[in-house]
Design a protein. Sequence first.
Length: 482
Amino acid sequence: MNRVSSMASRHMFLLLVILLFNFSLYAQWARVFGSTGDEGLNSICQTPSGDYIAAGCYWRDFLLMKIAHDGKIKWTKTGTWLREGSARIVLPKGEDGCIVAINTWWDNDIWIFELDQQGNTLWGIRSSSAKNERCSAITETRDGGYLLAGKVDTEALIIKLSSGGDIIWQKSYARQNESYSSIVSIQETMDGGIIVTGHIYCPVQDIWICKMGNRGGIVWEHVFHGRRFAEVVSVVETFEGNYTVCGKIDDEIWIAQLNPMGGIIWQKSYRGERVDGINSLCHTSDGGYIAVGVSTSGAKIPKSGGSIKSDILLIKLSSLGDILWQKAYGGDFSPDSGHSVYQTLDGSLILVGTTSSWGAGGQDALILKLWRNGNISPACSFMRKVKIKAADASFEPQEVKTKIEKTNIKFSYGYTLLEKAPGKVYALGEKSVHKLKIKAGKCGTTDPPPGVYTFANGTAVTIKAIEMKTMTFTDGRDMCKQ
């Protein structure tokens, strides 16, 4: 094959790839869900169909929401008799369903439900011991089951469940002395093991990082101390098999990456002008990270005095922890907080949390759908400048020895009727219409044809590239010829 033919083939291949892909453009948006009580969201995931499911609290009960890709709320659910509970984590299940973990406050039990695409319960289990159980994290495993993590009384807890909710094994973890331990994040690793992060209190709160085998046996473990306290919120496994941990030590955000044997690869601390913290860390498709939390560094100072309120903090990091960009979102003088962030199927970002700046009053649930650079519609006026600085950190891991205890937590199958969670949806800072300009190159056209179009807010727009049949390829200098 000569050079011209080869280049023409490559151009034809690239064009065919483009022609076979439909580009769907969805407007970014901001939504608040509120009622006469207090609401908030702790976790969000995306289903294969492109919709989102969020979990949190509604008054003193749990809250589940299904949100379309354009921000429309499809349904809301809460309990009818659980009362005094909070949905901690939600995972996609199947085409459009979900698994949700709920902590009840009145009897200190854990509930696990599988819901279908309409929010109906397919099955549910609840812990039924006389102990105090809490679920802080749940993750799906390769065999279709789940790893549930949290605490039971004063000990850290892991339970392995089958895909239908049956207990396969369970273990608790305690220090040799009279201390308190818990797990806040868990993930199955690429080597078939488990990585967890949590806390050990003895006599102050420390960060505990532990690598385990596939049945919960300890491979290695580290503890990180601060001068006053240390807190961890997330652990994620990188594409290379390392572990990135995010938390806070004393007054600074702390992120570190460890190798599979627990050795430190790098660690950094992050600090603004005032108080900042991270609540969730997510691995992004470019190998970096996106972190969400809370900050007072960019918040406005009331002229009449009084306390400074908080904003939502969003930081994009490189694979080595360097800050690529940072943004804050919030109202003028009311507290706002980001609790979880997720990279969507189209590469953009969605985060959930709480707001007291907008909505029905009090504390309401907030959802922000952002571009991958953290921007949102120019009509939204609640973005703020924030300046968080990164520096190398040098915290050293300390020796720790945790013993594994036997536990006998039992789950019983049960159902709870779910009902609609009454409330109002507020759309923030959006224009009623958007203009879209479509252009085409020399080798084809588009459907719809090139031009300027006006669409109602929230409309999903699909643009398709069409090859003109009268065009043929020549060489790399002239892409097409009549």
